[in-house]
Write a protein that binds this ligand. Sequence first.
Ligand code: PMP
Length: 365
Amino acid sequence: STGRVFNFAAGPAILPESVILEAQAELFNYQGSGMSIMEMSHRSKEFDYVIKKAESDLRSLLSISDDYSVLFLQGGATTQFAAAPLNLCASPDTTVDYVVTGSWGDKAFKEAQKYCKPNLIWSGKAEKYTKIPSFDSLQQSPDARYLHICANETIHGVEFKDYPTPANKDAVLVADMSSNFCSKPVDVSRFGLIYAGAQKNVGPSGVTVVIVRKDLIGNAQPITPVMLDYKTHADTLSLYNTPPCFAIYICGLVFADLLKQGGLVEVEKNNAKKAGILYDTIDASGGYYVCPVEKSVRSLMNVPFTLRQPELEKTFIAEASKEGMVQLKGHRSVGGMRASIYNAMPLAGVEKLVAFMKDFQARNP
Ligand code: PMP
């Protein structure tokens, strides 16, 4: 055995074994350079190749046109909660709209209050964040500069399956895609701005991918810190200061691996299959396991579920862990269990989990 476990963590999360092994093989002496990527100048020709290849592979994966800049930034998706309004709103008086379908969207909305005038046009809080609104029912502000969504709520397991269109034709759609980035094809042209922390689907923590339409760059509010201004990074190909070189390198290996798998159409098929057998097991358990999320908007990435007998949850998690299935505890804010089944989770991991779930139910009726 390799000693590797099935890691169901929400992030930092499982990465493809092939990528870890490739990084290991190249770690000590990267392609004959005599040093590792971690020790190498971000201005070296080796790293220049790494970051450009990562960008071009990501552009291929998501069919990103030249109308968009692709940036590799630091500060996590949380920093983008501030960067989005600072870059897209001309002044602190600018109106924007937020649809809040979980606690990450709520955090983004609250941060935006410092830099613009966000309207909370829909919140799923009263229904414990188990739903996505119908787009027709949204009361969008006529003067909104953008409409912000969180495409997949990591904690609550609620995922947009389609995207709303901003009502104001001058407005753009902004999405936090941290936890479903590169899990399926996305029509980037529908968005003005997409951002994603890497540490769920595409790499280690430390790098945040930003995809921003070029005409939106260069209008940041005057108080915007230089590091939060997209223009700073777009003008320098993400090399204004020292970037998270190693994290970008790993993302590059992941992007290449996703292309090798046949691209995001194939990746989505695998993800749908994995999520399908897990949700089917939950739904066929006669209420023993429960997923509270409305069926049509259940996440393919994060599957929250509870046990009818909550007193058994500790045992469930401990026994699963003993069998090499780790990090199944739900987020502290919602309790229960959560299985994060990102791109890199093999089908075998989900099959093992559902076999364990059926066995656990039989042993603890
Ligand atoms: N948005 C979503 C959807 C997330 O899942 C997370 C992290 N769990 C964040 C934002 C915050 O990301 P970071 O920790 O990279 O700041």
